[in-house]
Design a protein around this ligand. Structure first.
Ligand code: AGP
Length: 625
């Protein structure tokens, strides 16, 4: 079974619906603005006006661009649906934006999620003569609903029930039928959907943020449920098998600001806790633990380029550069191809030697970092093959790359990168494993061992997150510090650097990451009680040597926070604070050891009263030099 099939997807499109006694359009647009925090690349709205016309307006870009487009259009009507799209199937553009009409233009649909069997459904509909305007899985669904209505002679609700019985995947949908302007139908599986109950009006949304200002009475729709909203009628909920359900009305407790953060105090903490699910999403359809296999289309389509590469150059900035450093260890270990990891800002100006048989891997969460974009444009001009690891579909860097791999972790709102980093490490590890297996430099046995362990990582991260409270408690004792030093060896040297960057950028405490063995070449002169030392010391290759480094620090009265493997008996006797992470393969330890460092930085910054999500002087995407 593909990894994580049981977990809900966090694909982050936004859905808003309204049916009632007021003009729908202003409520829908305001609702889309409320959902902007989720990130998106296009927006649209569908309305049934008083004359029974079904009008659909959509635009690439921001909600404000949709408003400008619709400014001189007929936006009348007291029933409508609206959508912000975070592209998964098909480029971000107006054609692929939602809502989608059915072929007759009698129906309109909006959708959040992924229909995994859309290709099979689409082929069946094309055999029935249906044609399609977009590349989306959503348009297939609305055509299937219309086809079902016409062939089974049923109403919209029944057609939606029957169509969804054929669907595999995650969905939250809302559908309008212009021949029935008194009814709004919605359904969900795997993507959230909530109904707001007003006075003579109903609201629908992906989460309660567009609803909370109108009502605190809500119903959370459950998986495989279909809801029918009609003014003057009670909310009608059935399963897709048409079993009647009793709606469970709840009272909203959270404020608007809390709702946007999913109940967390900051986006950064929400994104740290999302990592088990985002890594599951990131590996979905790629790491198949039952088939003992990794399928990375960007590698499969360009196998020869990787197998014939004399050298791999990795170019990135900041946290993405740290992911690249980890990739260097994995690619050289498994694929035995020389790897150079470059700061993009240096690489683009230092007149580097770049050959046609070089493979250049660009890593960028935003896909818009100016230095990284310039670095790959330079490499491309020299004939190198460009492969990018990015989180934003259709961003500048993937657009100029020859191929790549999207991390699919949804928008990362916190300026300090967390879930994107772990997804980058997973993507790069998968790539290293694929190259090694194909080249024969990685044994089948080791390949299988690591693939299977990859499947366990989300649950193991969940266990590390369980120590959040403990880390928060002892983080308070370190807010006095002016300086930190972070140490690690091997795969965990880049983790030490990443931990230091996290602390620096959100708590404004100076911190450096160092290879642990480098202490004796200078930094050990700094050791004192005033400078906490974080040592990443899981059970792997150089564990004993890291223990010696800790002893050297303790001998000089240093205070040590150690990240160790569960059951460690040696370090836990000498370090001042110990955080345990589950045992895993050495190349996968960064995915676990970075979690406590993310939490430590977060809690120290919170105690210091820093603006965790928007640290001073920083931007989420550095699109300037
Ligand atoms: C990481 O926490 C920082 N926000 C920053 O170093 C970031 O990683 C860097 O600017 C690169 O951004 P990118 O991944 O979007 O290219």
């Amino acid at each position: 079974m593909p990894l994580g099939a049981k977990k809900s997807s966090i694909i982050m499109c936004g859905i808003v619906g309204y049916i009632g006694r007021r003009a729908a359009y202003p409520i829908l647009i305001k609702g889309l603005h409320r959902l902007e925090y989720r990130g998106y690349d296009s927006a649209g709205v569908a309305l049934i006006n008083e004359e029974g016309q079904l009008n659909v307006y959509k635009a690439k870009g921001k909600v404000s661009e949709l408003e400008a487009f619709a400014a001189d259009k007929d936006t009348g009507g007291m029933i409508g649906i609206a959508h912000t799209r975070w592209a998964t199937h098909g480029e971000p553009n107006t054609v692929n934006a939602h809502p989608h009409y059915s072929e007759s233009e009698r129906l309109a649909i909006i959708h959040n999620g992924i229909i995994e069997n859309y290709a099979v459904l689409k082929a069946g509909l094309m055999e029935q003569g249906y044609t399609f305007k977009s590349e989306t899985d959503t348009e297939v669904l609305v055509q299937l609903i219309e086809y079902t209505q016409l062939n089974e002679h049923v109403n919209l609700k029944t057609a939606v029930q029957l169509a969804l019985q054929q669907v595999i995947g995650a969905y939250a949908i809302a559908v309008l039928d212009k021949d029935h302007p008194d009814t709004l139908i919605a359904a969900r599986k795997g993507s959230p959907l909530v109904v707001g109950i007003g006075e003579g009006e109903y609201f629908l949304a992906s989460d309660a943020t567009p609803i909370v200002e109108y009502t605190d009475q809500v119903i959370y729709i459950d998986d495989e449920e279909v809801v029918s909203l009609q003014v003057g009628q009670e909310v009608d909920i059935t399963t897709i098998g048409n079993v009647q359900k009793t709606p469970e009305i709840k009272r909203l407790e959270l404020s608007l600001s809390q709702l946007e953060k999913g109940g967390y105090p900051h986006f950064m903490l929400k994104e740290i806790f999302e990592q088990p699910r985002t890594l599951t999403d990131s590996m979905r359809g790629r790491v198949n633990v039952r088939q003992d296999n990794i399928a990375l289309s960007g590698f499969i389509d360009n196998k020869e380029r990787f197998l014939s590469a004399k050298r791999i150059i990795i170019t990135a900035c900041g946290t993405s550069w740290h992911a690249g450093l980890i990739a260097m260890y994995a690619i050289e270990e498994f694929a035995q191809i020389p790897v150079e990891v470059e700061y993009s800002s240096e690489f683009r100006y230092r007149k580097p030697v770049i050959n046609k048989d070089d493979v250049v891997i660009a890593i960028s969460q935003s896909g818009e970092t100016a230095d990284t974009l310039a670095a790959i444009q330079l490499a491309k001009s020299k004939g190198a093959f460009i492969f990018s690891i990015c989180n934003v579909i259709g961003a500048s860097i993937p657009r100029v790359s020859d191929s790549g791999c999207y991390t699919h972790v949804g928008p990362e709102i916190g300026v300090a990168s967390t879930k994107a980093f772990t997804a980058q490490v997973v993507a790069l590890t998968m790539l290293a494993l694929c190259i090694g297996k194909e080249k024969g430099t990685l044994s089948e046995e080791n390949y299988l061992k690591i693939v299977r362990e990859l499947g366990q990582i989300p649950d193991k991260i969940e266990r590390v997150l369980g120590q959040n409270k403990r880390i928060a408690d002892f983080a308070k004792t370190f807010t006095y510090a002016q300086n930190f030093i972070y140490l690690g060896r091997g795969y965990n040297f880049p983790v030490a650097m990443e931990g230091a960057l996290k602390l620096k950028e959100i708590s404004y405490i100076h911190a450096e990451g160092y290879p642990a063995a480098e202490m004796k070449h200078g930094p050990i002169a700094l050791i004192s009680q005033e400078m906490p030392v974080v040592v990443v010391a899981p059970h792997c290759g150089t564990y004993e040597k890291v223990v010696s480094n800790i002893q050297e620090i303790k001998a000089r009265k240093g205070r040590v926070i150690a990240i160790v493997t569960e059951g460690d008996e040696l370090v836990s006797k000498i370090a001042d604070y110990v955080i345990e992470v589950p045992e895993t393969e050495e190349c996968l330890t960064p995915l676990l050891t970075v979690i406590p460092l993310q939490l430590l930085a977060y809690h120290i910054a919170v105690v210091k009263g820093c603006d965790v999500d928007q640290p001073r002087n920083l931007a989420k995407s550095v699109t300037v030099e």
